[in-house]
Design a protein around this ligand. Structure first.
Ligand code: GLN
Length: 236
């Protein structure tokens, strides 16, 4: 049975483990750097990224997490986890915070507003449509959610979300320079860059396991690629 690590410092790690269980996959709680050695892929859950970063600092997890990413192992960040994976985060209240990085994008924290501005939205995600003609729509749960405001050339955009007409956004200094993008009234909320997946919303809080299946499929593809390159090297 495949084993997936789930960073279990804070936030919705139990919900990710439950979603994996529904797919017959074991999720293992990760709290210490050495525990990363025993898993082939990792989910960084939603929660509160400043708190998560402080706990990761305390447990000296950043070097091991960065190594995990740079080794090309599959990592999926949801919401606060997406912020963790981004190369750059804006919209911080007090100073910055440590990031794992690797995902070539700029994420704006709390882009959609505070807790009371949390919402659900029907997203169009062609990657989730099944070959048998299953739906490509996915109901995204956005809680104090970030948005992805810039992406690098290697990044594949998987889903966008309309920006709710919300005057709070228009007056925010940290998104003013994004005026042009905001006027399009859509922002990026799901991306993939090779072994890295990021979603601004929380699939683990729904009964729909298609994002978890997508990550597992993506992970097995990365593993296959890795083993075939080992075979190629061994064969020379
Ligand atoms: N806005 C939160 C943060 O900055 C993330 C919210 C979430 O994970 N639901 O950490």
């Amino acid at each position: 049975m495949a084993v997936v690590g789930v960073l279990a410092l804070q936030g919705s790690f139990n919900e990710h483990i439950a979603a994996l269980r529904r797919l017959g996959v074991k999720g293992v709680e990760i709290r210490k750097p050495e525990q990363l050695d025993s898993v082939a892929s990792l989910i960084i859950p939603g929660g509160e990224s400043t708190t998560m970063a402080k706990l990761a600092q305390y447990h000296n997890l950043f070097p091991a997490l960065r190594e995990f990413v740079t080794m090309g192992k599959p990592v999926w960040g949801t919401c606060a986890g997406l912020i963790f994976l981004a190369n750059k985060a804006t919209g911080q209240k007090r100073g910055g915070q440590d990031l794992v990085g690797g995902l070539d994008c700029t994420v704006n924290r709390n882009f959609f507003g505070s807790q009371i501005q949390s919402f659900e939205a029907e997203l169009s995600v062609p990657e989730l449509a099944s070959k048998e003609g299953g739906p490509e729509t996915f109901r995204g749960v956005f809680i104090r959610a970030p948005a992805i405001l810039e992406v690098g050339p290697e990044v594949q955009v998987l889903a966008e979300c309309p920006v709710p007409s919300n005057k709070v956004l228009a007056s925010r200094a940290d998104v003013e320079d994004q005026e042009e993008k905001l006027s399009e009234k859509k922002v990026i909320v799901a991306v993939r860059q090779g072994n890295l997946l990021g979603t601004a919303f929380h699939p683990e809080l729904t009964a729909d396991t298609r994002w978890h299946s997508y990550f597992l499929k993506m992970s097995s593809g990365v593993a296959e690629g890795a083993s075939s390159s080992i075979v190629a090297v061994g064969g020379e």
